[in-house]
Design a protein around this ligand. Structure first.
Ligand code: ADP
Length: 497
């Protein structure tokens, strides 16, 4: 099967969060399972080009459109390990992808609409004939619409579209005039059955459009697939999601087994694995000591709580703050590594740091930055890994934590509920328990669970047993990739029947 992913991120060269990890891990696994896969993304100036091999011009003079104007583009090709990438470079006066950032520009809608149209133009003119176009979140949602509404009539060879919702909170709302820049007439899509935004009827909604026009829709965990079919979880798109439910599926994300492997992780001071239980505890302890030293924390056997996240409201900032205050008061150590994208969040966590750092010297670190290498060392050194999200479509950090033997403490929602099973839950067989969960997004509920985890930590034999059970979970891509293949195959078959 030939699959082209059109996306805005791929780890490790263009990653903001889990979307980048998914593109990297899923693509690698699809290739490993014998499929022909490429990834098309913008040629950002922020890409780490040193990690690419054989960067070359693949297609010159790709003229594409923005409203009445046409602009030249170059398609580059390169290898990221075994993955072939196509990188689209627009020669456009607004320098869409040389802004030093992937998202966060005032004209993000225009940037990604331009990319979507140019991507389709590339497929059309270069005679690429993938069986499947796999699209991801609002930045490439318009591809599903353009493919159906424009390129099929222009004679594009048969290909099917699969749209994956990684996070329904972001939907790409735009004015009809902005959408018209793609070449489709924006005003004619102001209808509830196509792109009209249900809550702001004078706007269009790109994700709603992809739900309508894609052949298959997936989201990133079975629980999130159910949650988005409820009023609270649908972010306003309930009617469309219910209408399209017949083609919606939930497939749990995986993590890349090579990128996240404590037995062979170049960022760690010492490796360890569940296959070598004799050295596991000692080597993990060495990782903990190293990270304590690196971050100026006391060398102590107190439990080390870690959280690594994009700090947005979805991640439950008030719960994170409460967990840190409570754990520190109980004598634990805490590290927060968080990327901030808004002044509000920056103020919230800077204020928290100003409160906690002087009160608990050498016991807490708050780093408001993105740091891949440090993240690896933190997964390896952490005892408890906090994910108190208000909602979480899948969540990768808890799966990485499990693989590294850091016990996740999570809110029971979305993919967190599908992957973490509470140590004290009588409904879960004892050998399947791998962490701690709380149901209500309240400080009281979180605190009770944190208390249980801290108490459990005091019993080192019980903790080691839990840690080994956690590390035995296999949340890698093998099975999810097979599920995607089945869906790809089913939609191709539906056409040929
Ligand atoms: P989301 O996609 O909502 O950001 P996920 O849990 O799906 O959340 O994926 C987050 C990914 O980004 C993980 O690989 C995590 O390690 C990484 N990550 C998040 N914030 C940071 C950070 N500040 N520094 C390094 N890595 C980070």
């Amino acid at each position: 099967m030939y699959i082209i992913h059109i996306a805005s991120e791929i780890a490790p060269i263009a990653k903001v969060g889990g979307l980048g990890d998914v593109l990297y891990g899923l693509t690698k696994e699809l290739i490993r399972q014998g499929h022909h896969v490429k990834v098309l993304l913008p040629k950002y100036d922020t890409i780490d080009y040193s990690r690419l091999q054989n960067l070359r011009v693949h297609y010159r003079e790709l003229w594409s459109f923005e409203g009445a104007y046409s602009y030249n583009n170059t398609i580059w090709a390169a290898e990221l390990e075994e993955i072939t990438l196509y990188l689209l470079e627009p020669h456009h006066p607004r320098y869409f992808f040389t802004r030093g950032t992937i998202y966060g520009c005032a004209d993000d809608i225009e940037r990604f609409l331009y990319f979507s149209r140019a991507s389709m133009e590339f497929l059309f003119k270069s005679q690429e004939k993938p069986d499947i176009l796999h699209l991801h979140d609002w930045p490439t949602a318009a591809v599903a619409i353009l493919k159906k509404e424009m390129y099929e009539t222009l004679g594009l060879p048969s290909m099917r579209t699969l749209f994956t919702i990684h996070n329904l909170e972001h939907q790409g709302r735009c004015y009809p005039q902005q959408f018209s820049l793609t070449g489709l007439k924006g005003e004619s899509y102001l209808t509830p059955s196509t792109l009209q935004d249900p809550s702001t009827p004078y706007l269009l909604n790109l994700v709603q459009g992809a739900l309508v026009f894609a052949d298959i829709v997936t989201t990133v965990s079975p629980s999130y697939a159910k949650e988005i079919q409820t009023k609270a979880g649908s972010f306003g798109l309930l009617t469309t999601l219910q209408q399209q439910a017949y083609k919606c599926y939930g497939i749990l994300n995986g993590i890349d087994a090579d990128a996240w492997n404590p037995a062979n992780d170049p960022y760690l001071p010492v490796s360890y694995s569940k296959e070598n239980p004799d050295t596991l505890s000692a080597n993990r302890l060495q990782c903990k000591k190293q990270i304590q030293q690196e971050l100026g924390l006391a060398s102590s056997s107190a439990p080390l709580l870690v959280s690594i996240a994009r700090l947005v409201s979805q991640k439950g900032p008030f719960l994170l703050a409460h967990a840190m205050r409570y754990a520190l008061a109980k004598g634990a150590q805490c590290v927060l590594l968080g990327s901030v994208y808004s002044p509000d969040m920056e103020t919230f966590f800077t204020t928290l740091a100003e409160e906690l750092l002087p009160a608990y010297p050498n016991q807490v670190t708050i780093l408001l930055t993105y740091n891949e290498a440090l993240a690896h060392r933190l997964y390896a050194g952490a005892d408890i890994f906090l994910v108190p999200s208000l909602f979480e479509p899948c969540g990768l950090t808890q799966m990485i934590a499990l693989r590294y033997g850091a016990i996740p403490l999570v809110r029971k929602t979305g993919g967190l509920a599908d992957t973490v099973f509470d140590q004290d839950d009588a409904k879960i067989p004892p050998s399947k328990r791998n962490g701690f969960c709380f149901a209500n997004p309240t400080t009281a509920s979180l605190q009770d669970t944190l208390e249980r985890a801290l108490t459990h930590y005091q019993n080192s034999t019980a903790w080691q047993k839990l840690l080994l059970q956690a590390m035995h979970y296999d949340y890698t891509w093998t099975k999810p990739a097979q599920q995607y293949i089945q869906l790809y195959a089913s939609t191709i078959k539906a056409v040929t029947l």
